[in-house]
Write a protein that binds this ligand. Structure first.
Ligand code: ZN
Length: 152
C-alpha cells in the first residue's frame, strides 16, 4: 500500500471514531472518575469507569475536544473494556511509549487495535497531547494518581 493510501486509511479510521464515538456518555454507576485537560488544544475528557472483579466492566467518556482527542478516547475505551486493570495499565503504557517513539515493535503495536493508527500520526508532535490525553486519564483513574493537571 502506498503511503498516501495508508494515510487516508488512517484518516478514515480516526474520523469514524470521532464522528461515531464508542462508549460516549457518562456512567451513573462507576468506580472511578477523572477529568483531564489539554490546554494547548482545548481538549477536555471526562472518564467514568466501572470495575468489577478487577476488570473494567464499563467505561465511558464525554467532553469536548478535537478530532484526534475524541477518536483516541473512543479507541481507548473500546480497547480496554473487559480488560483487567493490569492489562489496561499495560496498554496505556504501551501507547504512551509508542507515542513518544520509545518502541516501534509492530507486534506490540497490533495490541492497540484501532489506536495504532494514532501512533502513526505521531510524526506531528503538536497532536501527541491530543492523542495521549485520554490514556493519561485512564492511567490516572486506575492508578489513583493525584497528579496536578498538566499546564502546557
Ligand atoms: Zn486536541
Amino acid at each position: 500500500m502506498s503511503l498516501d493510501k495508508l494515510r487516508s486509511l488512517y484518516k478514515a479510521v480516526i474520523l469514524d471514531h470521532a464522528q461515531m464515538p464508542r462508549n460516549y456518555g457518562q456512567l451513573t454507576d462507576f468506580s472511578y472518575e477523572t477529568t483531564v485537560y489539554n490546554p494547548s488544544c482545548g481538549d477536555k475528557i471526562h472518564l467514568t469507569i466501572l470495575i468489577e472483579n478487577n476488570k473494567i466492566k464499563k467505561i465511558a467518556f464525554n467532553g469536548e475536544g478535537c478530532t484526534i482527542s475524541k477518536a483516541s478516547a473512543s479507541m481507548m475505551t473500546d480497547l480496554v473494556k473487559g480488560k483487567s486493570i493490569k492489562e489496561a495499565i499495560e496498554l496505556s503504557q504501551l501507547f504512551s511509549n509508542l507515542a513518544v517513539g520509545k518502541n516501534s515493535d509492530t507486534l506490540k503495536l497490533e495490541q492497540l487495535g484501532d489506536a495504532q493508527v494514532l501512533v502513526n500520526i505521531m510524526q506531528f508532535p503538536a497532536r501527541i497531547k491530543c492523542a495521549t490525553l485520554t490514556w493519561w486519564g485512564l492511567d490516572r483513574a486506575l492508578l489513583g494518581k493525584e497528579k496536578e493537571e498538566e499546564n502546557d
